[in-house]
Design a protein around this ligand. Structure first.
Ligand SMILES: [Zn+2]
Ligand SMILES: [Zn+2]
Length: 158
């Protein structure tokens, strides 16, 4: 089963979009429920926490939820509840499992995505991407304590 990437809208810090998302499930049937367990994997664009550049990262994580017959749930909304239920009707997924897939990917994503361990990030002074160029901020920076001394000297010379 493959979810169309376009249907997965990521509104999550650091996530730009899902490029390709695959869901593999093994399904166990009981009387009127299906236990679905598997793995979500996808390639997503993420924003580097250091340099804000976009890079691709492969994510994969576990997913599990229970499918229930819609008839059993008459009168209830088909919004997924906290217990990760999805409902089906005549063997078709009634609820969208997109949200479950999204959650699984979010859990699999690094909290602080970094494009490369060696990423040098942005200069806090001028915002230059230090992976691409060196700026002169560090060279031109003076210690504020020297500024104070300089002021005193300037005053004494007047
Ligand atoms: Zn970076
Ligand atoms: Zn700079």
């Amino acid at each position: 089963m493959t979810e169309e990437p376009a249907r997965l809208e990521f509104d999550f810090e650091g996530f730009k979009k899902a490029l390709k998302v695959t869901v593999q499930l093994s399904i166990q049937k009981t009387d009127d429920e299906y236990f679905c367990q598997g793995e979500v994997s996808g390639v997503v664009d993420m924003e580097c926490a250091r340099c804000l550049g976009t890079f691709q990262v492969e994510l994969s994580g576990p997913i599990d939820f229970i499918l229930r017959s819609q008839e059993e749930q008459a009168g209830q909304s088909d919004v997924l509840d906290d217990e990760d239920y999805a409902y089906f009707e005549r063997n078709e997924l009634r609820s969208d499992i997109t949200e479950l897939v999204r959650q699984a990917l979010i859990l699999a994503a690094p909290m602080k995505p970094i494009c490369d361990e060696a990423c040098r990030g942005l200069c806090p002074g001028c915002g230059a991407n230090l992976n691409e160029k060196t700026c002169t901020c560090a060279a031109g920076k003076t210690d504020p304590r020297w500024d104070e001394l300089k002021r005193l000297l300037d005053r004494s010379q007047q």
